[in-house]
Design a protein around this ligand. Structure first.
Ligand code: NAP
Length: 294
């Protein structure tokens, strides 16, 4: 790869992608929400035409799952029209297009792992428009790679785990959902795979998750707390329904990929390895903030 345009640069995966591509010697042009609204078709076309990237990696999305439920028009504009606009601009510019989708395209009724052979049936507005974004971008540009992922965690963004560790360190009690399973995915490993897929330029739908049997939030939380030396924190197991959130979520959204191994891609590292790296990085950051040598 040489020149890569990354959208959603201020987000969790966006930041990890920029860091990874720069570390691999790519020329990176990145846009956060303020500098490029992916729902603005004209602006997207102008930016991509001016930058002439070899690849565009779309990390931008409206990820507020409950917010999407009450504003479907905005969800459609960002999560469906956004990738479609980028895909069209990539077609005009001759760039490969990689866009991230979600495990929430599935309804969660399956026992076991979802693969590309499973029919999506989103339960939420967020899931519905993410699926629409997949379909519209593939229809718009043949060189589109859709990467479904889920339960993403990592340094430098808003995410469930950093909040959990911060709160435990402040001595607060925590709640963790026990009846909802997914495949945790480390943002830094996902970022590496996004770049690898862009380089391969093989269109299709990929499921990209960290290795492992999957986990529920309670397991995930307890492992993180142990690594962060906060085992004493009180974790109250709760059911998904007890939280009465506006958007329904799949109870099971564990995923596996049928294509990755077939084309010779190695599995991503286990999510527990990612978790250990993540906690080390949080400790390092917090140590630096307190002026401690780490
Ligand atoms: N996090 C997960 O567990 C998870 C699971 C499955 C799939 N995904 C997918 O993974 C991708 C990356 O998500 P993430 O976890 O990195 O989420 P994130 O941290 O919320 O990042 C998304 C970024 O997109 C930006 N954005 C929102 N609307 C935009 C617009 N109209 N134009 C341009 N940028 C816009 C946001 O900026 P503002 O915050 O300033 O609005 C934010 O910086 C998304 O496609 C998401 O659907 C995430």
């Amino acid at each position: 790869m040489s020149r890569i345009l990354i959208t959603g640069a201020g987000g969790l995966v966006g930041r990890a992608s920029i860091e990874h591509c720069l570390a691999n010697g790519d020329e990176v042009v990145s846009y956060d929400h303020q500098s490029l609204d992916i729902g603005d078709a004209e602006r997207v076309e102008t930016v991509v035409a001016n930058q002439l990237p070899d690849a565009v990696i779309n990390c931008a999305a409206w990820t507020d799952v409950d917010g999407c439920e009450s504003d479907p028009a905005k969800a459609e504009r960002v999560n469906a029209a956004g990738p479609e606009n980028l895909a069209r601009a990539c077609r005009y510019a001759g760039a490969v297009f990689v866009t991230i989708s979600t495990d929430y395209v599935f309804d969660g009724a399956k026992v076991g792992f979802y693969t590309q052979r499973d029919q999506p049936r989103p339960l939420s507005v967020y899931g519905r428009f993410k699926l629409e974004g997949e379909r519209r971008s593939m229809a718009e540009h043949a060189r589109t790679i859709v990467v479904r992922s889920g339960y993403i965690f990592g340094p430098g963004g808003r995410n469930f785990l950093s909040t959990v560790i911060d709160r435990a360190r402040r001595g607060e009690n925590l709640k963790a959902i026990t009846d909802c399973w997914g495949t945790p995915t480390y943002a830094r490993d996902l970022a590496a795979r996004l770049r690898e897929l862009a380089e391969l330029d093989l269109p299709g739908v990929f499921h990209v998750v960290s290795e492992g049997d999957g986990a529920n939030f309670e397991t995930f939380t307890r492992k993180a707390l142990k690594l962060a030396r906060c085992e004493q924190a009180i974790v109250e197991p709760v059911s998904m329904d007890s939280l009465s959130r506006p958007a329904p979520r799949p109870r099971n959204s564990k995923m596996k990929c049928l294509l990755s191994a077939a084309i010779g891609l190695r599995p991503l590292p286990h999510w527990q390895e990612g978790l250990a790296d993540f906690v080390t990085r949080i400790d390092h950051e917090q140590g630096q903030n307190r002026g401690i040598a780490v």
